[in-house]
Ligand binder design. Sequence first.
Ligand SMILES: [Fe+2]
Length: 413
Amino acid sequence: MRNLIARLFRGRIASRDFSNRLTQMDYGRATSESIQDSVSNFKAEPYSEKTPYKQWIESEGIPIHSGYHMADVRTLSLGNWERLGTEGAHVVLEGAEGTDASYIFQMPVGGKTKPQRYLFEEVIYVLEGEGETTVWHDRGNKYSFRWNKGALFSPPLNVWREHANRGQVPARLISVTDLPIVMDLFHNARFIFNNDFVFTDRYNGQKDFFECGPHKIRKGGSAPGVTGAAKTRDSYECSLIPDARTLTLFDAPARGRKNRNAEIQLADNTLQCHVSEFPVGTYKRAHRHGPGSHVLVIGGRGYTLLWKDTPRFSDSRIQMRVDWSDGSMFVPPDHWFHQHFNSGADPARYMASTWIGGKYFAEGLGGGGRTHRLGTVSVHHGGNMIDYPDEDPAIRALYQEELKKFGIEIEMG
Ligand SMILES: [Fe+2]
């Protein structure tokens, strides 16, 4: 019995299996439920000003980094994370507004995480190091794949996952998840972290599930609801991108001058992801959408202007500037206009992950939902994009001033 409870506590046995085993041992259902209640170390406080998600991350006992942006997620402090058996930290950015969030974990040389499974989706990016991830369903075959710095991957929903460092330096990874909405909806950690439902519709041990290549490019892969030029754009439908920093991108003129990007549908998720790059001396069009788009810079240097309420930057009472470089992360808040500028000597590249609306269209106000689809439609036509001729002249003036500091020519012609 003690071993059984220990396995339940560590999440190594599902609630249903635990109940069955107790029934076989002639214990009743009430006993089983009582034990399960007592081993669950988290209970959301009702009528609290803190969401169940905020209460849960506080119960995890590791640092919580919060604010509008992080200058460099590669240097954020970590703490010993009992649940994962490694060091980790939560990163909760204001602009996500309770929809999605991220966590960092770091494994020492030779280290690995404890096996985990859970009912929320995640997109993982390798900040440093190299290693291996193994995934499996209960009673299913294990499958392992290797990753290096720059890789982007997603273990499918609720599969067991175990990450291991196979390199000579600490391996640090960051994961964007939709746990905040999942935890706030169910406020039951045992349901989320110890649930034996198997999503075979998403992953059923397919041999090529974690392969990526031309055969995984979906032609005209945009989901329903996408309009205009983006409708015919190709996208990647795979679960492991070997290196997001060098991934071949596609022309995306609707997003900005000489902009290239790629939509990536990982692991049949609703959590969506894309990689975007814009050359030296260029900047993207301003647009706005719902909360949750985690922008993680993976190359180059620049800044982003964010403002509220009015398309004209100078007229906005709330303005924000985020200077960024490799490792910076920020989330544009709900319906704030935002515009990305490359002020460096190299192409600027970021990945963005958000909580809903990639492969599966959603009408909710998330970063990838209905409002995001209007990000390439001008504000003159009911959309959320400010075209270059409509932008506040102060935007271009500031950009030229910035480029002058570094002796870089503007390439917006
Ligand atoms: Fe955006």
